[in-house]
Design a protein around this ligand. Structure first.
Ligand SMILES: Nc1ncnc2c1ncn2[C@@H]1O[C@H](COP(=O)(O)OP(=O)(O)OP(=O)(O)O)[C@@H](O)[C@H]1O
Length: 258
């Protein structure tokens, strides 16, 4: 029998995810690295947040700790009110399947499965039946109707990444984490994909957190948070590409002057 997940709490008011003083260190002694240093951040429901910062600033570590793919060293990471540190491995796996969607740079589609089979695979693994009406809405939102019987090799890179987005949304997760989802796409496919992610937030009420290096990509989000040296250093609402670029230059200027 699967053990029940702890209750999610008063969900309407609870942010989709929250970190409090989240610290993650790797290694010991001289090789010890503090990837995240007491980061506190909330990701509100129904919002699209971009996470930016220089290489090595802790962006992927933050995503992995928040998504339950990595354990925190100290502090708290919660999804919909559930403290991830309180879960055993089996409960964590279930929480990831049921409440979290992932979109990675490399798509991670299974080549022998059709687009539709790829999209519904996590649900089937979780022993759940897809909600057909929701699935139709997701497929229409990401513009994949007519491509569902194709295998990944018969789809363009942009279409493959849209399959990955539909797969992340298929379970109607509490939150979707996307790690540089446009990294392997040409600029047109990338812009399209960002439009679909934004539509999933605006029209379907989903919550998306996306790591990106690209100010134009970040400008599709409702908010940008900036990391530097494992710390949260800035928080920009309603970002424009210009404003994001200005912040990035402001962080880089002191480093360049050293
Ligand atoms: N498994 C690990 N073992 C040791 N050090 C790690 C591990 N994962 C990450 N780090 C270190 O933690 C720091 C933050 O890494 P992280 O991958 O989160 O940065 P990032 O901002 O996502 O970088 P990039 O933009 O280059 O992907 C880096 O110094 C990295 O070398």
């Amino acid at each position: 029998m699967p053990q029940p997940l702890p209750p999610s709490g008063p969900t309407a008011l609870e942010p989709a995810a929250r970190a409090v003083d989240l610290t993650r260190t790797y290694g010991r002694g001289e090789t010890r690295v503090t990837a995240l240093d007491a980061v506190s951040v909330e990701f509100a429901r129904g919002r699209f947040t971009a996470v930016m910062g220089p290489s090595g600033s802790g962006k992927s570590t933050l995503m992995h700790c928040m998504a339950g793919l990595d354990r925190v060293s100290s502090g708290s990471a919660r999804i919909g009110g559930v403290e991830l540190a309180s879960l055993n491995d089996r409960q964590l796996t279930r929480l990831r399947r049921e409440k979290v969607g992932f979109v990675f740079q490399g798509f991670n589609l299974l080549p022998t499965l059709t687009a539709l089979e790829n999209i519904t695979l996590p649900l089937r693994l979780a022993g759940r039946h897809p909600d057909t009406a929701w699935l139709d809405t997701v497929v229409a939102t990401v513009g994949l109707a007519g491509r569902l019987a194709h295998r990944p090799s018969e789809l363009s890179g942009g279409q493959q990444q849209r399959v990955a987005v539909a797969r992340a949304l298929a379970s109607r997760p509490e939150i979707v984490f996307a790690d540089e989802p446009t990294g392997n796409l040409d600029s047109r496919s990338g812009a399209e994909l960002l439009g679909f992610l934004r539509d999933s937030v605006r029209e379907l009420g989903q919550t998306v957190v996306m790591v990106t290096h690209d100010p134009a990509a970040a400008a599709h989000a409702d908010r940008v948070v900036f990391l530097a040296d494992g710390r949260l250093v800035d928080d920009l609402p309603e970002p424009t590409a210009g404003a994001v670029l200005d912040r990035m230059l402001a962080f880089e200027a002191p480093a360049a002057a050293r």
